[in-house]
Write a protein that binds this ligand. Structure first.
Ligand SMILES: *[C@@H]1O[C@H](CO)[C@@H](O)[C@H](O)[C@H]1NC(C)=O
Ligand SMILES: *[C@@H]1O[C@H](CO)[C@@H](O)[C@H](O)[C@H]1NC(C)=O
Ligand SMILES: *[C@@H]1O[C@H](CO)[C@@H](O)[C@H](O)[C@H]1NC(C)=O
Length: 408
């Protein structure tokens, strides 16, 4: 035992030195393995190996590099064993590259590298994380020889075109768009500089379909090697995502997401809903929403402040009741412990007739003439099942209690 520990103590500094400049997997305990890989001498002379050694241990991973404007065909190789022999798992070469173009100091490259492999696609933007990007380019093979590698640009439609001109971030101005006449721009101008965010507002009670917009230049195609751009307007929705504006921006009547029970699940789940838009409601953990479907309504509401009468555009929500009619929501929709309308005999008549019933709510049952219900009165019961730590809700199970005509 003591001897083994001593051996390990002696080995540790050696191992540390051995592992220092090597980002490879742990080779601890593999020292006694037979065979090593020799540094390749007959490969591409431009190849460089990190770490630089005469031989490498079995399983050692070696980083590759190339001199000049070349990149290795693979970033790393590994010394492996084949039968009794140690050998490299593949042969590497140095490949032609394209240097990152120096077209415009404002250009952002993604990925950002000094050199790019042939076929490697690069996204160009004029601003960090800007939407849309200025263009997507790729490094193309040089033809004919002696010419340096060139860049191709992706045109709308997915075709690649050889670029004969540099791409720059020079921004032009876009004429003010002819949208809804009620829209107010944060600055009133006839032209707006590209890539500048503008705030749009609407008269009271109305919301712009995009509250923030910007004009950008969008790469369209290459004509005789030169890029052609068009103006394009982009809008930011209330969730912060930029999308291309395909139709006019309008002042519309909108409802905001209702600030009711935080457990309510809305489908679709949005910040704003357009007029007449319907939203499905549900609750987690066996709870029932007091209404399962709501609709955004807007309209004018009259006010009277003793001096003048005025009306204000107001949003409100309607809910669909059990008969399918839309009724104004008096207070709010909640998630309650309750029962859904029982899916029993379709001839049963329920009083009251609702989609969901609250806990302890009593419901009277009757049947068409000539039939008797097995129960004349039922009561919604719900029982706590358990607390689900994953969704952070208590789970409830619903059931009905019945009373028959004899009162049992
Ligand atoms: C390869 O060489 C380049 C240029 O000298 C250097 O920037 C890069 O970090 C090197 N890569 C590796 C893996 O050593
Ligand atoms: C060779 O080994 C390196 C490093 O483990 C790995 O990245 C590469 O994919 C391997 N190549 C092959 C052909 O298995
Ligand atoms: C009412 O329910 C009790 C208990 O289940 C049962 O004994 C009785 O026969 C029922 N009466 C009728 C009229 O269904």
């Amino acid at each position: 035992m003591a001897l083994q520990w001593m051996f390990l103590l002696l080995l540790t500094p050696l191992l540390a030195a051995h592992n220092r400049d090597k980002p490879s997997p742990n080779t601890f305990g593999k020292l006694s393995e037979k065979g090593k890989c020799k540094a390749p001498s007959d490969w591409d002379s431009r190849l460089r190996f990190y770490p630089k050694r005469i031989s490498y241990d079995l399983n050692e991973v070696v980083q590759l590099n190339c001199t000049g404007r070349f990149l290795p065909s693979v970033p790393q190789i590994q010394c492996i064993s084949r039968g009794a022999q140690a050998m490299w798992n593949e042969t590497a070469t140095c490949k032609e590259t394209c240097q990152q173009p120096q077209w415009d100091s404002q250009l952002q490259f993604s990925p950002n590298q000094n050199f790019y492999r042939v076929g490697e696609e690069v996204t160009l933007s004029c601003f960090l994380n800007s939407t849309p990007p200025l263009a997507v380019i790729r490094c193309a093979n040089r033809i004919p020889p002696k010419q340096s590698n060139a860049w191709e640009v992706l045109a709308i439609g997915g075709t690649w075109h050889r670029l004969a001109q540099k791409l720059t971030c020079t921004m032009a101005k876009c004429p003010k768009p002819q949208w809804d006449a009620q829209l107010q721009f944060s600055e009133s101008k006839t032209k707006y500089p590209q890539n500048t965010e503008l705030t749009l507002t609407c008269p009271k009670g109305l919301e712009p379909s995009f509250p923030k917009v910007k004009c950008t230049k969008e790469f369209q195609r290459v004509s005789s090697g030169k890029p052609d751009y068009v103006d394009a307007w982009w809008g930011r929705n209330s969730r912060g995502a930029w999308t291309r504006i395909e139709r006019d921006v309008l002042c519309t009547e909108m409802c905001q997401r209702p600030p009711w029970d935080s457990r309510l699940q809305l489908v679709p789940d949005q910040e704003n809903y357009g007029k007449k838009e319907k939203v499905k409601l549900s609750c987690p953990g066996g709870l029932q929403p007091t209404y399962t479907e709501i609709k955004c309504q807007t309209g004018f509401q009259d006010y009277d402040d003793d001096v003048t009468q005025y009306s204000v555009q107001k949003e409100f929500w309607h809910a669909r009741d059990s008969t399918g009619a839309w009724v104004p929501i008096q207070s709010s929709v909640k998630c309650i412990e309750g029962c859904q309308r029982p899916p029993w005999d379709s001839r049963l008549q329920l009083v009251p007739d609702q989609e969901n019933y609250e806990k302890d709510q009593e419901v009277y049952l009757s049947c068409p003439r000539g039939f008797q219900p097995t129960y004349t009165e039922i009561k919604c019961q719900s029982e706590f099942q358990y607390y689900d730590v994953l969704i952070h809700y208590s789970l409830y199970k619903e059931f009905w209690h019945g009373r028959n005509s004899t009162g049992a």
